[in-house]
Ligand binder design. Structure first.
Ligand SMILES: O=C[C@H](O)[C@H](O)COP(=O)(O)O
Ligand SMILES: C=C(OP(=O)(O)O)C(=O)O
Length: 365
């Protein structure tokens, strides 16, 4: 029997809902256009190692993943990064700061899907430009000595930027996804995995187990060719408590219960608390309260909390994006979830540093 390859094999039946096919640049080409300097490579490597050490409790600092809900303007993101790099240097003995640099937004239904998908913010979907902008920004931030964290949403896109990332996230809408768990098992950095939007924590614990194992799955090579990838497994995956539709879950009882589940699953018994999302009800004022609560609990030596996620930008709150009218946006304010402003952010960073010092003093006394 002879098999005929290509469209002739199923005339008229294939791709009936694909309305356009356009070229995607390859990861290798993007890396050639925006190569990583040895200095940035050092920042990324040190950022990953310090993150893993804090998560495992080998380093007694706390991890803070802080930055905008989404990057929509690389110049504003650099402005924010320069300020954060200065603060990170001030608190570095007590707090390991990783900047949230999120380019992919998983939407509940519809909405702008992030800078890689639509960098012009006008529905033109210039994805190749988005990838170039994203990679350049990651390298520019890395050159400030500041490690970065990204959410990985589209498993193919990770190949374009993962080498420049020190901490990764899997969001609440994808933590149950086998595709994303397999991706985690191959990613070269610690990855935080969120509880579900409904508040199910077990799904995140299960994801850390799945990600710690090796898998064989489909992906792409640096040249952009489809391939079967074999992963070694990622031991540095951890749970992020982000609250859910039934309310917050940053309370000591949920932290303790999650630690028990992690122990039963033979996973490291430390986690991150996301002060935003379901824990704040998407109210940035409430986010500051959750951050303050976590600071106090770190000072008191509560076990299990390795760090905190904060959604923060220059201006408090959020604004609506009108596609095609990005020029009207307020400088430094989020176009996705509401963020803490810069003064509240720096205050929380310094309070966290003080909390770590007081915890350290209690332990060594
Ligand atoms: O962090 C960002 C948002 O919470 C997430 O992308 C969902 O946003 P949406 O509910 O506005 O679509
Ligand atoms: C989308 C995010 O969060 P979650 O997955 O918790 O909704 C986020 O952190 O940007």
């Amino acid at each position: 029997m002879t098999l005929t390859a290509g469209p002739a094999a199923s005339p008229g039946l294939d791709d009936q809902r694909v309305t356009a096919v356009n070229p995607l640049l390859s990861p290798a080409l993007l890396r050639q256009e925006h190569p990583m300097s040895p200095e940035v490579a050092k920042t990324v490597g040190h950022g990953r190692a310090a993150t893993a050490d804090v998560l495992a409790g080998r380093d007694d600092r706390v991890l803070v993943v802080v930055g905008p809900c989404s990057v929509h303007d690389p110049d504003v993101a650099m402005d924010y990064a320069q300020r954060l790099a200065r603060e990170a240097a001030v608190v570095q003995d007590d707090v390991h700061v990783v900047m949230r640099v999120y380019f992919e937004k998983p939407r509940t239904a519809l909405g702008w899907k992030g800078l890689i998908n639509d960098p012009e913010l006008d529905g033109s979907f210039a994805v190749n430009k988005g990838l170039r902008t994203a990679r350049k920004l990651l390298l520019d931030i890395g050159s400030l000595g500041l490690p970065v964290g990204c959410e990985f949403l589209d498993p193919i896109l990770s190949q374009f930027i993962a080498d420049a990332v020190s901490w990764g996230a899997i969001g609440a809408r994808t933590s149950a996804s086998q595709v994303h768990r397999q991706l985690c098992s191959a990613l070269p950095m610690p990855v935080g995995i969120k509880n579900s939007t409904e508040g199910d924590v077990q799904v995140a614990v299960d994801a850390t187990r799945a990600a710690a194992a090796g898998h064989v799955f489909t992906g792409i090579t640096p040249d952009g060719v489809a391939a079967l990838l074999t992963s070694a497994g990622n031991e540095d995956c951890h749970v992020i408590l982000r609250g859910g539709s039934t309310g917050p879950n940053h309370d000591p009882a949920t932290v303790a219960a999650t630690v028990t589940r992690l122990r039963e699953a033979n996973r490291p018994e430390r986690l991150l608390i996301d002060a935003s999302h379901g824990n704040s009800g998407k109210d940035h004022r409430r986010q500051a309260e959750v951050g303050g609560d976590v600071v106090a609990r770190i000072a008191s030596g509560e076990p299990g909390i390795a760090g905190l996620m904060l959604e923060s930008f220059l201006i408090a709150g959020r604004q609506d994006l009108e596609l095609g009218n990005a020029y009207r946006l307020t400088y430094g304010q989020s176009i996705t979830d509401p963020c803490l402003d810069w003064p509240t952010t720096t205050s929380l960073l310094h309070r966290l540093a003080a909390a770590v010092r007081s915890r350290r003093a209690t332990i060594t006394r």
